[in-house]
Design a protein around this ligand. Structure first.
Ligand SMILES: C[S@@+](CC[C@H](N)C(=O)[O-])C[C@H]1O[C@@H](n2cnc3c(N)ncnc32)[C@H](O)[C@@H]1O
Length: 556
């Protein structure tokens, strides 16, 4: 099955109403902090409960059970979701004999059961579910298996507004028949709210574009018994992130798209057991974004011709060194300072060693490195809180890496709008880290800048955007490219960081070749950092609004 648009659709349009799930389950780690029914935060006051309100407790008839740990194949939340799915539907014997589809959803039952790494865990979980739900002693657990396979094939991770993954949910065919693409034209967002809060979807349902599920194979019955009955659990809304033509397939991404082809494919295989047949994966030569995410990129083609083999070996070595440093950092065996030293050493070596290779700044290796460095400098800043000067310096370099990361993601989003969601997150983080830095200045001179930090041009564009790409570029112009002080600001942010100083700006990746030392920023330059932070947040808002139809910040 697939889902097709029945009409032309513009960018940033909701394609579905808010759909309630067929089943859902919180991850174990959130059972004590979030409502097991609606996923909203539990009130902090005792007595301890799994639900935020009596109505959530009443609507959730499914028993909260603690299944066996069958990781990495099945999480306890997968098993709870399968149990809830079975518990909430009326099962007909015909569906039991045909586990290819379950409640209209693909199960991949044969594929998953043919794989011993999956089948053993699925059978154990099926016996557990059957023990909880059934009093009869039927040996055959094919129905339970089908429910588990259906969850494995169709469940999506539910994120809150800050991007934290709270659990999983499975939706009916209006969502679950949407296939994956590594260059999707749609995305989705969740509505997480207690049942008493009103989320009005009916008003915009009338104006939703028409989309249709198409049946490509024989499939006898879709039992939409849940329509209009299940009103709890996190809701999902599908939204276009590109223009979609009538008759075109609607696709979303099931995985992180900021990965090179090989990693995306292994991610899809290990999580969903399918080989992606999307245009980006099949493109030959590879799509531009893949050539920079995974390929060997010599920035100076005209000077150096990098033999693919030599380049690949060098990238391989650099990847390993950087990966080691990141793994050490994540496992707490290394302190953030050593991590920064190691990673910056490798990156610096990569660009200096220009006779063999220069890393493109949005090369996958570099992308992971920038994410780690932004976080390591932030930790170093927090750790040095008693030493204001040092905390400021670390915060400054952390902000520079965050800004660079945002610039890199902008480069990718300019080539393919499907990166808009990741870019929105990176711009948000850049804006927040710059704002933090600016606040440290402001602590010294409070109230001084209140009237200065405004950019009516951008504010107007964000309020009233029509041509998304034009606005991207206009805000970037205001924020970074056109600003007189941008060079000074970039030099200030990157001082003491030889790697970043090699780049002209956070969006211009050509090399300066010199290290420019600057003095402390003047009051005007301090204002420009504050203004820059607002621009980053505005840009993040624009992207968030495009992807989710809601703003992440209120910048005024
Ligand atoms: C959530 S379902 C999507 C709807 C599904 N095509 C159906 O017929 O119900 C996910 C399954 O669809 C198939 N699928 C989705 N996207 C795909 C892609 N890009 N390439 C190959 N198979 C895909 C895989 O079998 C996957 O397990």
């Amino acid at each position: 099955m697939e889902t097709i648009s029945a009409e032309d659709v513009g960018i940033g349009v909701d394609l579905s109403p808010a759909l309630s799930p067929l089943t859902f389950s919180l991850y174990d780690s959130f059972l004590s902090s979030h409502c097991s029914s609606c996923f909203s935060l539990l009130p902090p006051t005792p007595p301890h409960s799994l639900y935020c309100s009596p109505s959530c407790s009443l609507t959730d008839s499914s028993p909260t059970v603690f299944p066996p740990d069958l990781s990495p194949v099945l999480s306890t939340s997968d098993i709870r979701a399968a149990l809830r799915l079975l518990d909430s539907i009326s099962i007909s014997s015909s569906s039991a004999s045909l586990p290819h589809r379950f409640e209209g959803l693909l199960t991949n039952h044969h594929r998953l059961m043919a794989d011993s790494s999956f089948s053993v865990a699925i059978q154990r979980a099926a016996s557990f579910i059957s023990g909880v739900l059934r009093s009869d002693d039927r040996e055959n657990t094919v129905l339970e298996e089908a429910a588990i396979c259906s969850v494995l094939t169709n469940a999506v991770e539910v994120h809150d507004r800050t991007g934290v993954a709270l659990g999983i949910a499975v939706y009916d065919s209006r969502f679950s028949w949407i296939n994956h693409s590594c260059s999707p034209n749609a995305c989705y967002r969740f509505l997480i709210s207690p049942p008493h809060s009103t989320t009005t979807t009916s008003s915009f349902q009338k104006t939703l574009p028409r989309i249709t599920n198409t049946v490509k194979e024989h499939f006898s019955s879709i039992t939409s018994t849940h329509e209009g009955t299940v009103r709890y659990g996190p809701k999902v809304i599908v939204r276009s992130i590109k223009r979609i033509k009538s008759g075109e397939e609607i696709t979303v991404s099931y995985i992180d798209l900021l990965q090179p082809t090989g990693l995306r494919q292994s991610d899809l295989w290990s999580k969903y057991r399918f080989v992606c047949n999307c245009g980006r994966c099949a493109a030959s030569p590879p799509a531009y974004v893949d050539s920079i995410l995974e390929g060997v990129v010599a920035l100076e083609h005209e000077i150096t011709t990098v033999g693919h083999h030599d380049g690949a070996a060098t990238v391989g070595k650099m990847t390993n060194h950087i990966k080691e440093a990141i793994d050490d950092f994540l496992s707490d065996d290394i302190n953030p300072a050593t991590c920064c030293e190691k990673i910056e050493g490798v990156l610096h070596h990569g660009i200096l060693n220009s006779s063999s290779l220069r890393l493109h700044p949005s090369h996958h290796v570099a992308l992971q490195a920038y994410i780690t460095l932004a976080s390591a400098y932030r930790i170093r800043s927090i750790d040095s809180e008693t030493d204001f000067g040092r905390a400021f310096e670390m915060g400054r370099i952390g902000a520079a890496y965050s800004l660079f990361l945002a610039g890199v993601s902008h480069h990718l989003v300019s080539a393919d709008l499907s990166f808009a969601i990741s870019a929105a997150n990176f711009w948000t983080r850049a804006g927040e880290s710059l704002l933090e830095l600016a606040c440290k200045f402001l602590m010294e001179s409070s109230g001084e800048y209140d009237d200065v930090v405004k950019c009516s041009k951008c504010l107007m564009l964000v309020e009233n955007h029509r041509e998304i790409k034009e606005n991207f570029n206009q805000i970037l112009k205001c924020a970074i490219a056109d600003s007189d002080s941008s060079q000074v600001t970039w030099s200030f942010l990157t001082r003491g960081c030889p790697y970043l100083q090699k780049f002209k700006s956070s969006i211009d990746f050509s090399f300066t070749g010199t290290n420019c030392e600057r003095e402390e920023p003047s009051v005007d330059q301090r204002v420009s950092i504050l203004l820059l932070s607002f621009h980053c947040l505005l840009f993040a808002d624009l992207l968030t609004d495009l992807c989710y139809g809601q703003k992440s910040h209120s910048v005024s």
